[in-house]
Design a protein around this ligand. Structure first.
Ligand SMILES: [Zn+2]
Length: 275
């Protein structure tokens, strides 16, 4: 009886070991595998994102994918969208290298933007280089995405583009924190309190359209606000952000997507005494 029980225990023990090593192997495979890359024409490159996982199908078959080329002739100009209502506040942040970009996460409540009477809370921001959106076919050195989420999980992204020139003051605040994480992997580090109001837009004019996330799963119905003004960033700042990208292309911009169901509006404040 005793012997049988010992044998049974051994059996269970071995099964556990086998199950454990099997799961370990699976995990390693996933970790080793680059889920998606930015290398055009490669196996997991942007043209193939929609085929990698069934949940990523929108990357291929979506009707309102981002980024897009913002072309003057295609844009409806008006004042009806209203001034972008931002009420941000300083809060604790962390920073991490996600492999395909550097992300700053606002841990506390960093405040909100208001679009069509919906409040979206600032969650995180990250950078793409070169820019993902293009203006009249022109691509820039860098694009910042500020990702916001509403209480019912709708996403609104505010994008700012940069060309090479004077350093961006917000990135200057961050340089000392980005340097040490260039070669790390998903290791979240505290940055301390940062003020999102230090992210400058420099203009009240913006493009508005409904698009998607620009990385898998390419989820649609994202409210895009692209600031029309192109700001500046130093070559060194761009170099550091690019060094952090583990993709062999050292870039992380999805190619512009075909215009299907998008309609783009430009908000321009009225000249006379408007804010
Ligand atoms: Zn982005």
């Amino acid at each position: 009886m005793m012997k049988l029980r010992t044998q049974l225990l051994f059996c269970v023990f071995f099964l556990v070991i086998i199950a454990f090593s099997a799961s370990k192997i699976t995990c390693q495979e996933v970790e080793d595998e680059k889920e998606f890359t930015y290398v055009l024409g490669s196996e997991n490159g942007p043209e193939k994102w929609g085929e990698i996982h069934p949940e990523w199908a929108a990357c291929k078959s979506g009707e309102m994918q981002s980024p897009i080329d913002l072309i003057n002739e295609r844009v409806a100009v008006g004042t009806h969208l209203g001034k972008l209502k931002r009420s941000y506040k300083p809060t604790n942040t962390t920073i991490l290298n996600r492999g395909h970009d550097i992300m700053l996460r606002w841990v506390g409540g960093a405040g909100t933007i208001q679009i069509n009477n919906t409040e979206y809370e600032l969650k995180q921001c990250h950078w793409h280089s070169p820019s993902e959106h293009t203006f009249n076919g022109k691509r820039f050195a860098l694009e910042l995405h500020m990702v916001h989420e509403s209480a019912d999980k709708k996403v609104a992204v505010v994008g700012v583009t940069y060309k090479i020139g004077r350093p961006d003051t917000f990135l200057s605040e961050l340089m000392e924190h980005i340097g040490p994480i260039v070669f790390t992997d998903n290791e979240e580090r505290d940055v301390g309190v940062l003020d999102p109001r230090h992210i400058k837009m420099g203009s009240r004019k913006y493009y508005r359209y409904i698009g998607s996330l620009t990385v898998p799963p390419c989820t649609e119905n994202v409210v895009w606000t692209m600031v029309q003004k192109v700001r500046t960033v130093s070559r060194e700042q761009v170099r550091l952000l690019r060094a952090a990208v583990k993709d062999e292309s050292k870039t992380n911009a999805r190619p512009v997507q075909p215009i299907k169901k998008h309609s783009v509006h430009l908000y321009r404040p009225m000249d006379a005494g408007s804010n």
